[in-house]
Design a binder for this molecule. Structure first.
Ligand code: SF4
Length: 224
């Protein structure tokens, strides 16, 4: 491959055009990108997302079918002892903390929201184990509500390399992305970036020769 020198955009119009091109390319590269976690209800998605912290979606999807058979309802999660639940989710890592958060989340949603998953970020982040990332996954994926943008490790890394943010803190990255991306793209953008970060723009030695954004990228991590 001929190494292409890519220059950063200079004007606001150039920046806007570059972002529109990135979004269109991501759509073309990852059609139908969705959350990779398996779930049958908003509550199950919330459980799966809590379990996915520091764990692969694949492993979570191996654990949740048995988990939801044993605990079919939110009340079952609220009633189980933390030690028993911790053993059931052991293979997802950080199991004691996750068990505490899951029982806490079930009890809070039952007590404060009548068993219905709330539909605002402000309410969701008051639930044990739920920070902005989890809240955005649940709102965007289960309800189609674009309240923010999911920023996981892949979104974080790829956004930085594409110069869509110069921040490293996920909350600030989310704010940067919300300022420059059209709201109707917030949900799908994160899932496309996660797929891109897993397949091509990997943490070590990104596969730039296979990247559909190659001619738009001027990252110092870019490989010829
Ligand atoms: S060109 Fe390389 S560094 Fe840039 S987005 Fe593509 S894979 Fe990532």
């Amino acid at each position: 491959m001929i190494h292409l020198i890519v220059k950063p955009p200079k004007t606001a119009a150039e920046r806007k055009k570059r972002i529109a091109t990135i979004l269109a390319r991501l759509d073309a590269m990852y059609p139908g990108a969705v959350c990779a976690l398996s779930y049958g209800s908003p509550w199950q998605l919330l459980v799966a997302t809590i379990l996915s912290a520091q764990c692969t979606d694949k492993r979570v999807n191996e654990v949740t079918p048995g988990l939801f058979r044993k605990y079919p309802t939110m009340r079952d999660f609220a009633a189980v002892g933390q030690d028993e639940l911790a053993q059931d989710i052991r293979s997802t890592g950080f199991f004691n903390n996750k068990a505490k958060n899951l029982t806490g989340a079930a009890r809070t949603i039952l007590a404060d929201y009548g068993g219905e998953i709330p539909r605002t970020i402000e309410e969701l982040i008051r639930i044990p184990g739920v920070a902005r990332k989890t809240a955005n996954v649940v709102l965007g994926t289960a309800f189609g509500i674009a309240a923010g943008i999911v920023v996981d490790t892949h979104v974080q890394r790829v956004s930085f390399r594409l110069d869509l943010t110069r921040n490293e803190d996920p909350v600030k990255i989310e704010q940067d992305l919300m300022k420059i991306l059209p709201k109707e793209k917030w949900i799908v953008f994160a899932y496309e970036m996660i797929l891109h970060g897993r397949a091509i723009c990997v943490a070590r030695s990104p596969k730039c020769a296979q990247c559909g954004l190659y001619d738009l990228c001027y990252s110092k991590d870019k490989t010829a």
